[in-house]
Design a protein around this ligand. Structure first.
Ligand code: SF4
Ligand code: SF4
Length: 505
């Protein structure tokens, strides 16, 4: 029963723990004894998706086709198209996104990164993390309700299929009686086809569309691992969308658990307004001019007519009137359902609305909060670092490493040699041959293995070289700073600074 994050002004009779304590006349007893009795004597539903006997409570949320649902539907279908299109899009001949784990290459926005790009990858991960924290602090769980693939595909692809094959009462809810086995099989067939398509699309992000098309055209025996990955992904998707469903958000997704530390009282959430709605009571309202309050059968009545429409539409099975809960994915279905009811009973819309815990408690809005100041500052810093790290990448990487063994070798009386390895990474999409030249007239570059000067696209090598120079160059300090220029056929250039070592006077 620890799922509730906070309860903004909720009537105690609607909290399940207190409800049980009230019911048993133990409201004045210690919290611990009251809570344990309540846990031992659960209500009809222990959790939103668990019956009192421990069995799964299958949810079949009714659909409310209000304004928010229409907006979410547009966003959802745009996102579906984007998800399918991304692996097919190219920037400068390279995929927009390709996470080739096998080849250890990550192409993002047409730029290829390698595991050696630790700084870029670390900054990228950090920017994603800080963005999530910032967006959640401002907009609550907007990601869950509007953009998470689980919600998008479940609510706008698979549930419509359920409603098509199983039929519904009205706009949603329980299926019509007597769905024929043939229709059920047809429904499973459509699920299978869609999950296979989505699994192929998902796989394209990791192997690219060309290789995927080639695999699709050939027998699975020729590429058994890829086939197994695709079959496993299809199976997982089927398991998720057919069976696991909202459990993924409630049990498996870590984001829902973290939200309590990412939200504050000013964060946007989908919230019920208990000040306006309570006391909730069914029945026709009579307005009492003296008190200015509505009454039902002589009792004071809030705007909530206790119709439960906000509950029957909820895809996670909760009652938003219980306050902010971890299970709420901010899908806005309860807003639409309640607005519909409010229209019918002639009350202002927005009894359930996008708001914040402070706004619901009638506390002033604070635009500047620690989170909305500190997180953007961190984010600007991380993005600047990321932009600099990316822009500093030319068509290749070159790093110089001192060779093992003696710091220098005397070649006769007047010449010195230093051994180095140059780590070269070809970041272009074409084969490149590299050229190395010293910017110091007296230093000669000797390539030990000329074959290693040519690199296929995306490949890296360790090129052994020697820098030879006259011994007087280092006589003062025993070392001298020189510069080495590395260039490729595409006119990309890099200048490396090196300290050569030699004898001193
Ligand atoms: S409480 Fe409302 S917003 Fe939250 S998941 Fe349920 S229907 Fe969606
Ligand atoms: S839909 Fe609105 S009026 Fe009906 S129970 Fe929910 S909050 Fe109350």
């Amino acid at each position: 029963m620890s799922r509730r994050i906070s309860l903004p002004q909720v009537s105690p009779t609607h909290c399940k723990v207190c409800y049980a304590a009230d019911r048993d006349g133990n409201a004045g007893e210690s919290a611990s004894s009251g809570a344990s009795e309540a846990l031992l004597e659960p209500e009809e539903h222990v959790l939103s998706t668990l019956e009192a006997d421990g069995s799964r409570r299958w949810l079949r949320p009714k659909l409310s086709m209000g304004e928010w649902w229409k907006r979410r539907r547009v966003v959802a279908y745009v996102l579906m198209v984007v998800f399918v299109a991304i692996p097919h899009l190219r920037v400068n001949g390279k995929p927009l996104i390709l996470l080739d784990i096998a080849a250890r290459e990550f192409t993002i926005l047409g730029k290829t990164f390698y595991p050696t790009d630790t700084l870029v990858l670390a900054l990228f991960m950090l920017s994603v993390f800080v963005s999530i924290v910032l967006i959640t602090a401002i907009t609550g769980r907007a990601w869950c309700g509007w953009a998470c693939p689980q919600t998008v595909y479940m609510e706008f692809l698979f549930r419509p299929i359920d409603r098509f094959f199983e039929g519904t009462k009205g706009k949603g809810g329980k299926p019509a009686q007597g769905v024929s086995p043939l229709w059920q099989i047809a429904r499973l067939g459509v699920y299978l086809l869609l999950c296979m398509f989505l699994a192929h699309t998902f796989l394209a992000y990791f192997v690219g569309t060309e290789r995927l098309a080639q695999w699709v055209r050939t027998s699975p025996i020729e590429h058994p691992s890829a086939f197994l990955v695709m079959a496993g992904t299809t199976g997982l998707m089927l398991f998720d969308f057919l069976f696991f469903r909202e459990q993924l958000c409630l049990i498996a997704c870590p984001y829902g658990r973290f939200q309590s530390v990412m939200l504050d009282e000013q964060s946007k959430i989908v919230a019920y307004d208990p000040v306006r709605g309570e006391p909730r009571i069914k029945g026709k309202r009579t307005h009492d001019d003296q008190s200015g309050q509505d009454t039902v059968r002589g009792k004071p009545a809030g705007d909530c007519v206790d119709c439960h429409q906000c509950v029957v539409v909820c895809p996670t099975g909760i009652d938003i009137r219980d306050g902010l809960q971890m299970e709420c994915i901010n899908c806005t279905q309860c807003i639409d359902a309640c607005d519909d009811v409010m229209k019918k009973v002639g009350k202002p819309l927005g009894l359930i609305r996008y708001s914040s815990q402070d706004a619901i408690a009638r506390k002033p809005k604070k635009l500047l909060r620690a989170r909305t100041i500190i997180y953007p500052i961190i984010l600007v810093g991380v993005f600047s670092g990321l932009a600099m790290a990316i822009s500093s990448k030319s068509g290749f990487d070159a790093r110089i490493l001192r060779g093992r063994g003696a710091p220098f070798t005397l070649m006769g009386a007047k010449e010195v040699s230093n051994a180095f390895n140059v780590r070269l990474v070809n970041r272009t999409g074409e084969e490149q041959t590299y050229h190395l030249a010293s910017l110091h007239d007296e230093v000669e570059v000797e390539i030990i293995d000329e074959d290693k000067l040519t690199l296929p696209p995306g490949e890296s090598t360790l090129l052994p070289i020697r820098l030879n120079f006259p011994s007087y160059l280092t006589l003062n300090d025993g070392n001298e700073s020189i510069e080495l220029q590395v260039s490729d056929q595409s006119d990309n250039e890099r200048t490396l600074s090196i300290k050569v070592l030699g004898p001193r006077r």
